[in-house]
Ligand binder design. Structure first.
Ligand SMILES: [Zn+2]
Length: 195
């Protein structure tokens, strides 16, 4: 019997971990914006011929095993990058997407934690946090950051529009981000500064 390994491209919701189709802009379960979430390839066991009920059960079992393997593999990878980065955050679990989104930013110390080592992913990024990340990345990479990408020392907040302008200066080519939440900022900074 001929069998093929095929898969599907999906987006995991960072908030509730629900699987969404790759084109989803918002999570079907909780409504969280998926516009900054990258789609991932999820291999599935797939048999193209018509199958009997028993074959279906075997297929389901094999798919489940394979899926478990994929999960374990990504978790293992996630954990090893956390260990390598020598930083974890007190308010998110070790399999939180931030560790996959921003591994180099974390490893280089350019992602500033908040009080009690928290990530506070959904708080707006502050101008000083933004500048801190640019400074740390520029030191770690030995590169010059355009001055227009920094926030004024006097500014109290960084609006989402301003953040998108600064990301553009840094060379971010993705769609404008819908929010200036720290997780969005760090996601984009990883892709502009650490590529
Ligand atoms: Zn969700």
């Amino acid at each position: 019997m001929k069998r093929n390994v095929k898969g599907k491209v999906i987006k995991y919701c960072p908030k509730c971990n629900r699987e969404n189709i790759s084109r989803a802009r918002y999570c079907g379960a909780c409504g969280y914006s998926l516009q900054m979430v990258e789609a991932v390839y999820l291999p599935l066991f797939y048999k193209p011929v018509k199958r009997a009920a028993f074959g279906g059960a075997v297929l389901a079992a094999v798919s489940l095993l394979l899926f478990g393997g994929v999960l374990a593999y990504s978790l293992f990878n996630g954990l090893s990058s956390v260990r390598a980065s020598a930083r974890s955050f007190s308010d998110v679990p070790l399999d939180h997407p931030i560790y996959a989104f921003s591994p180099k930013l974390i490893a280089s110390g350019a992602l500033s934690p908040r009080k009690n080592d928290s990530l506070s992913p959904f708080e707006a990024v502050s101008p000083s946090e933004w500048n801190f990340s640019l400074d740390a990345a520029s030191k770690s990479l030995g590169c010059q950051i355009p001055s227009g990408a920094y926030c004024d020392a006097s500014s109290k907040e960084l609006s989402v529009d301003d953040m998108n302008k600064k990301l553009k200066i840094l060379g971010f080519s993705g769609e404008p981000l819908p929010t200036s939440a720290r997780i969005a900022a760090f996601y984009a900074l990883e892709r502009t500064l650490m590529k």
